[in-house]
Design a protein around this ligand. Structure first.
Ligand code: PLP
Ligand code: COI
Length: 364
């Protein structure tokens, strides 16, 4: 099948979707990732049939054989993107083609079949339009989680012959629970996220499994997120457990670590690079060490730092904690540049402002 071919999706709509009053109660304060909609999309793949059996159906547990390959060798990839409610009652997605392409790249790295971009997009559109009542108002959004896993019943170590692709949706508010003006990060002294030649640039479940102990350590030290250093020299700042990072300097310039195979190529990261350059801001994709970060925070050369990603949007970083002490960035809260870039990005994402780069995909 070509990368652009589309499939016919069968529609098995929920006979008893959640009543409106119960849904409204859940949407009041959904948090992140615990409130799910009525439906899910599934598409099957078998090496002898290609992609087939595309459908939308009531969200339900998936029957799986205990020998399904993913349960043993973690051959799994996923994506994350948000649908927003617009003032005219419609719904939009932000750059979903980029998620579709990254999903293809993740699939290639994990020796999985490549899902046509059109099938990825159609699956997302179908779920958003079917479960449109679940898109929260205000600052909330509908977080889509497309994912694919190895479903062959076989304990030999090889790429599976059988896969299931699904899209589920979760009504979400802010990712971070903290009411503080900025988040704190823990510099992991013992663990790294990705090594050269590894899977750091792929969005695969295994990367997150490997980050959990470091994230738990961050929580133990009172921090919201872990920040990883490179695996070779253990000095270059790479990214957080689930988001990319930017630094803002006193001369107005910005730095973000370069993509080199060990960092997830974030779509928010790439959008912010474009938006900053649109404004004439000098942004460098350049390595930045933890020692320099500490020195620049102390001297005042570093004014702001922020995390960015679909779940986190743009979140200021106020405190950096490490085994040998901690330091504060600026006044420990948010900064003007962080707020400015966030507001430009969110204005485009939510359809409040012009979309000069054609990033908005209208679902309905
Ligand atoms: N880095 C990691 C490890 C992530 O999990 C994410 C979230 O998807 C990001 C960066 C940001 O990527 P994006 O902006 O595409 O959501
Ligand atoms: C996302 O931002 O979509 C992610 O996958 C990151 C995770 C922390 C939820």
């Amino acid at each position: 099948m070509s990368k652009t071919q589309s499939l016919q999706f069968a529609r098995h709509l929920h006979p008893a979707p959640l009543p409106a009053d119960q849904r409204a109660a859940l949407l009041k304060n959904p948090g992140f990732g615990r409130v799910f909609t009525d439906h899910m999309v599934t598409v099957r793949y078998h090496e002898s049939q290609g992609w087939h059996d595309a459908k939308i159906e009531p969200r339900a547990p998936i029957p799986m054989d205990p020998a399904a390959a993913v349960l043993h060798y973690a051959q799994e990839i996923f994506e994350g993107l948000k649908a927003y409610r617009t003032a005219d009652g419609g719904a939009t997605l932000f750059r979903p083609e980029e998620n579709a392409r990254r999903f293809q790249q993740s699939a290639e790295r994990l020796a999985m079949p490549v899902l046509p971009e059109s099938v990825f997009l159609e699956a997302c559109d179908l779920l958003v339009s079917t479960d449109r009542a679940w898109i929260p108002d205000g600052d909330g959004s509908l977080y889509l989680r497309p994912f694919m896993f190895a479903n062959e019943i076989f304990l030999g170590v090889k790429p599976s012959s059988d896969y299931l692709f699904l899209v589920i949706a979760s009504s979400v508010g802010a990712y971070f629970k903290t009411s503080a003006p900025a988040v704190s990060v823990w510099v992991s002294p013992d663990y790294t996220r990705a090594a050269p030649g590894g899977t750091g640039a792929a969005k695969c479940g295994g990367n997150y499994a490997a980050s959990l102990l470091a994230q738990a350590e961050a929580t133990k030290h009172g921090c919201d997120q872990v920040v990883f250093l490179d695996a070779v020299e253990r000095r270059w700042v790479e990214e957080l457990g689930g988001m990319n990072i930017f630094f803002v300097f006193d001369d107005g310039s910005m730095v973000t670590p370069p993509l080199g195979g060990t960092i997830l190529p974030g779509i928010t990261r790439s959008s912010l690079l474009t938006l900053a350059r649109d404004k004439g801001i000098a942004v460098r994709e350049e390595r930045y060490s933890i020692q320099q970060w500490k020195a620049d925070a102390a001297s005042g050369r570093l004014r702001e730092a922020f995390a960015c990603g679909t779940a986190a949007v743009v979140t200021p970083i106020g405190t950096v904690r490490a085994p040998d002490g901690e330091f504060t960035i600026g006044n420990g809260g948010s900064g003007a540049r962080t707020e400015e870039l966030k507001s430009i990005l969110v204005g485009i994402q939510r359809g409040k402002d012009a979309d000069p780069h054609n990033w908005i995909h209208k679902v309905f």
